[in-house]
Ligand binder design. Structure first.
Ligand SMILES: [Zn+2]
Length: 193
């Protein structure tokens, strides 16, 4: 049996806690919050297109999230949640948009691209965006549960990864958030009835 000195184990834990935030903070580009001022109308107009895709997800009973990828003002990839329909846990809006964009470019690196998505990316999508070398991410609603672009973790600007993105959060967040909450409200209603 191993005897664990309680005081010692507390010491180890606390030293790790002190070290970790420093490591994580270093090199973080930081998430900027979207504002309606200035030239952000371009962001808003692309986000509205992502919201239209989210409606398509909603129409087939999927969580309404839509994503588009833009290079030089041209949409080169788009997607909406289809995990249930495709029997594919990885079929999130961002993943499908990323696959389409890479195919269109015939390149596994989707360089100089901005991804617009109505909900903050999850860890899987954030990781895929790093692999694809997406330059900038603009998301709508913040995801308090699994957001991996700064809310619960920051994979898109992580110091241990070899690519960091510019991040703008909260673009049309009220409208994007309302779209998702309305879906879950409706679904709860259906379950009850
Ligand atoms: Zn995802």
């Amino acid at each position: 049996m191993i005897n664990i000195d309680k005081n010692q184990s507390v010491q180890i834990t606390s030293s790790q806690i002190i070290k970790k935030p420093n490591q994580l903070q270093k090199g973080i580009v930081e998430v900027s919050h979207w504002s309606e001022e200035g030239e952000n109308e371009v962001d808003a107009s692309f986000m509205r297109q992502a919201m239209l895709l989210a409606e398509k997800a909603q129409a087939i009973g999927e969580v309404p999230v839509g994503a588009i990828i833009v290079v030089d003002s041209m949409i080169i990839g788009q997607g909406y949640n289809q995990s249930i329909a495709l029997h594919d846990p990885s079929a999130h809006a961002e993943m499908l948009a990323l696959r389409e964009a890479a195919k269109n470019l015939e390149n596994y690196r989707v360089l100089d691209a901005t991804l617009y998505v109505t909900l903050e990316p999850c860890p899987m999508c954030a990781g895929a965006l790093v692999h694809g070398r997406i330059k900038r991410v603009v998301f709508g609603a913040y995801d308090q549960k699994t957001g991996a672009a700064g809310t619960t973790m920051n994979i898109v600007q992580h110091d241990s990864l070899n690519h960091k993105m510019e991040v703008t959060g909260g673009c049309l967040q009220d409208a994007c958030g309302a779209q998702i909450s309305a879906f879950f409200k409706q679904r709860r209603k259906q379950k009850k009835g």
